[in-house]
Design a protein around this ligand. Sequence first.
Ligand code: C2E
Ligand code: MG
Ligand code: MG
Ligand code: MG
Length: 279
Amino acid sequence: SCKSEGGNGIRTFEPEMLASRKKRTESEDDIRRGIEESLFEPHFQSVTHLASGNIVGFEALMRLNHPEKGLIPPAEFIAIAEESDRIDLAGRQLFSKALSGLRALGQRHGDEHLHIAINLSPVELTPEKIAFIASELEVYGVDPAQLTVEITEAVFLEDSDRITECLQQLRHIGCKIALDDFGTGYSSLAYLTRFQVDIIKIDQSFIKGLTHPDPAIATRSRRLIEGIAAIATNMDCLMIAEGVEEEEQARHLRTIGVQYAQGFLFSTPLPLSEAMALV
Ligand code: C2E
Ligand code: MG
Ligand code: MG
Ligand code: MG
């Protein structure tokens, strides 16, 4: 094996350490190449109006389309890309392609008002990024009201003026703000008093709970979602349920009054060509 022993008897190169370091370097190379060759692209997951079953829009989810390795999911590169400005550069590629995709989807759908949602990491909330977003909306002729920016509660961990100002600026130009993975972050609910959000996305872990084999867990999950729905309604927020996989979950959500849903029950995230067939 390739272990080497230091003089003090401590193994300095564990094989796992080498492997994880190699994997990290590989990811960094993939990200760098992705930025240079514009390999970051959106896959589109439909957002469905629960009462009518109509598709009202899409969430653009980032993939790195590697020429040799194929599609690389966000779990494998977002955290590393967030350590530098690379997430911002990758996000710009994704955004322009998402807007161009939205135009194609809107034309096909015969609806100029399809919505598009993008995810922004905390480090992406900068005045420069907002300016880029505003100018791309204009370039692609997309109404800012069609754009939802998804953030997680993590952005409120640092109580910075930059974050609040950027979110206010986005609302000022007419975009909507959605709180992703609601209820799973470490921050307090106090940010809801400081800042108006438009949409609360109920995390998929709560939705899974609705059909948990243990009936006590299923009941508590339903009551928790009812509570979240009460908060959302009182705060003038619409709700989107995430990760809906079963019709029974959708039934519960309709009863509770959750307006919109995403999940494999309706569609997985799809490349543009396949999303086109949905609308
Ligand atoms: P998210 O924004 O909460 O996205 C939902 C994730 O759940 C997506 O994973 C989606 O593919 C997955 N999902 C959707 N429906 C179902 C379902 O019914 N069952 C299950 N098990 N999963 C479902 P994905 O695409 O791997 O994205 C993971 C996360 O990466 C996203 O979570 C988001 O936080 C982040 N992300 C994705 N795209 C971007 C981006 O462009 N920029 C940034 N900064 N983050 C992104
Ligand atoms: Mg999201
Ligand atoms: Mg989510
Ligand atoms: Mg998430």
